[in-house]
Design a protein around this ligand. Structure first.
Ligand code: FAD
Length: 286
């Protein structure tokens, strides 16, 4: 099923993001995580993809296939394009078609030292255009409520996002954020620019202090004072940080749902306890 179908007639999605384990033997262990995640009946599960070079790409396809075949849940495969040429993207597309996978999160990938770029695709929108011309996938794309770190300002950010949507992106999944007001502001800017596809907020419950620091350096997400207080007070108390981090994420999610967002995309970090706790917290929320 194409993910874009979910939102027709006002439907709302709950989705999880997972990553393929690095070691081969861990691919079997992920079944324990998937057993719980799939029991929670998400509308789709997205599987991350290496940015290029020595990547985990075959594991991404393998895991997406498993989600579809064994668990009967719709997978979305992340696919980056910066390090691949058209021929290689065709190979991925063929593998996906052979596995019955219909949804791609089309990404550029990070520009990093040591990553060998190829010429065919400069931006995610270039791959969206290519895939839409040749294939029949439902294409999702990334968006950044607090701006992509490379964007000079919000005007450029929205202009480029509009190009990506005009190229055929049907659903947008957002970068994580901790301040809902920034998401609402971004969503409004999208609507003003006639970006009319669903914009699904990405939520990552913070349960480890080291993880918070990594996240902040990676994506520059703003910390509201209410959130900062939790981090300051419970940084060295694992159990308290877990409870407080989950409560914070739940309050964000309930606010997003009651404000009419089209879905919630949960960054699970392959931790099924997170997903279970969130789902318990919203089971009666409509
Ligand atoms: P683009 O949409 O191409 O945008 C990148 C930058 O270029 C932005 O600043 C944009 O404004 C600018 N830009 C776009 N078009 C133009 C243009 N025509 N002219 C000038 N500037 C332009 N990375 C992975 O490696 N693997 C993953 O699995 C993965 N999953 C992700 C999932 C989500 C939900 C998100 C939000 C990000 C994910 N990423 C992943 C990270 C992503 O690859 C990086 O953030 C990357 O730097 C940008 O990718 P993009 O697809 O958003 O790029």
């Amino acid at each position: 099923m194409k993910v874009s179908e979910i939102y027709k007639n006002g439907g709302r999605s709950l989705s999880f993001e997972i990553f393929p384990p690095k070691k081969d033997d861990e691919l079997n262990n992920i079944d324990d995580t998937l057993d719980v995640l799939c029991e929670l009946e998400p509308d789709f599960i997205s599987v991350t993809f290496g940015a290029g070079g020595s990547c985990n790409c075959n594991k991404t396809i393998e895991l997406a296939r498993k989600i579809k075949e064994k668990y009967k849940v719709e997978p979305v495969m992340h696919l980056t394009c910066l390090c691949y040429d058209r021929h290689e993207i065709d190979e991925f597309a063929k593998a996906l078609i052979d596995s019955g996978i219909e949804n791609i999160l089309a990404l550029r990938g990070d520009v990093r030292e040591g990553v060998m770029k190829k010429e065919d695709f400069t931006y995610a929108s270039d791959m969206v255009t290519y895939l839409k011309e040749k294939y029949d996938f439902c294409i999702l794309g990334a968006c950044y409520p607090e701006r992509h770190p490379e964007s000079a300002n919000m005007v450029d950010e929205i202009k480029h996002l509009k190009t990506k949507v005009s190229a055929g992106t049907e659903v947008l999944l957002s970068q994580l954020f901790f301040d809902n007001a920034l998401f609402y502001d971004f969503r409004e800017k999208c609507r003003i620019a006639n970006i009319d596809v669903p914009v699904i907020p990405g939520i990552m419950p913070v349960i480890k202090a080291a993880q918070i620091k990594r996240m902040v350096s990676m994506c520059n997400a703003a910390f509201p004072i209410r959130f900062q207080k939790i981090v300051d007070r419970y940084e060295n108390n694992k159990e308290a940080l877990f409870d407080a981090g989950m409560a914070y994420a739940l309050s964000q999610i309930i606010d997003l749902i009651t404000s009419g967002t089209e879905g919630i995309h949960l960054y699970t970090m392959n931790n099924s306890c997170i997903a279970r706790r969130i789902c318990e917290g919203i089971k009666n929320i409509v």
